[in-house]
Design a protein around this ligand. Structure first.
Ligand SMILES: Nc1ncnc2c1ncn2[C@@H]1O[C@H](COP(=O)(O)OP(=O)(O)OP(=O)(O)O)[C@@H](O)[C@H]1O
Length: 249
């Protein structure tokens, strides 16, 4: 599968007002782009526009995949809420897309994906008997089952404890290698562990680029470059000036 880069420019309008002006975003092909910014600024709206999902907002401008093909049907979404069907097993939840499309589920592939996220032993369990982290792993397997070249991850790990979140970041980074991923997060460490490129959404420029570490993701959280990068990012997110720590901005 080849994953396209996406170029987006224009303004996002919502209810007669401009939510995001002057957007100019380049989402690199086969890489992770992280979107950050204050609550309510429009990150989810933007990602849903890319996914072709209803938002109530309109993009006045252009959004193009660099392979020239439409994005319709090529984007999978994983959200903070796992959105699993409570009456279906973990395995059945993985193939829910097939059932919604009225096609025969590929149970072998669904099992392989549950195995990849470490949940094959719990394949017959219903979501009510899974932990939050286990449910998010089922949701990740369901996202992978859709096998789309572009994946939107909208704060998918924010409800998890730090240790589970760290493991999920590694798992997702490995399993989504080669896809064009948009990750929305409020967590500077998560952003700097996973981003190939990152943008702060909002303000008069619509989106402004954030410097990211150059080493391959997922990066270890305890590396000096991650500490430094997340400190710089946190300062930008809070609008704070640099304390005298010796860390270069
Ligand atoms: N369908 C809708 N109709 C009207 N307003 C909406 C709709 N969806 C979102 N909004 C508004 O649009 C703005 C952007 O919302 P959005 O969810 O995109 O923000 P966000 O940056 O993702 O926020 P958060 O970080 O809190 O998730 C908010 O002010 C929100 O109230």
């Amino acid at each position: 599968m080849t994953s396209p880069g996406i170029a987006l420019q224009g303004a996002v309008h919502l209810n007669e007002t401009i939510l995001l002006p002057n957007l100019r975003l380049a989402l690199a092909a086969g890489r992770w782009t992280v979107l950050l910014g204050p609550s309510g600024v429009g990150k989810t709206t933007l990602a849903r526009l890319v996914a072709g999902l209803p938002t109530g907002a309109q993009l006045e401008g252009t959004m193009r995949a660099d392979d020239g093909a439409p994005l319709d049907g090529r984007v999978a979404v994983m959200a903070q809420d796992d959105q699993l069907l409570p009456w279906s097993s973990a395995l059945a939840n993985v193939c829910i897309g097939s059932r919604l499309r009225g096609t025969r589920p590929d149970w072998t592939r669904a099992r392989a994906l549950l195995d990849a996220v470490g949940l094959l032993p719990l394949a017959e369990r219903k979501p009510g008997r899974l932990s939050t982290g286990q449910r998010q792993r089922v949701a990740l397997a369901r996202t992978l089952y859709e096998d789309r070249p572009v994946v939107v991850l909208d704060e998918p790990f924010s409800a998890l404890d730090p240790v589970t979140r760290y493991a999920m970041q590694d798992l997702a980074a490995n399993l989504l290698t080669g896809r064009t991923v948009i990750l929305i997060t409020h967590d500077p460490q998560e952003a700097m562990r996973l981003a190939y490129a990152a943008f702060l959404i909002g303000g008069p420029d619509g989106a402004s680029a954030v410097e990211t570490p150059s080493s391959p993701a997922p990066r270890p959280a305890d590396s000096p470059e991650i500490f430094a990068a997340q400190a710089v990012l946190l300062r930008r997110l809070t609008g704070a000036t640099a304390p005298d720590t010796g860390i270069a901005a």
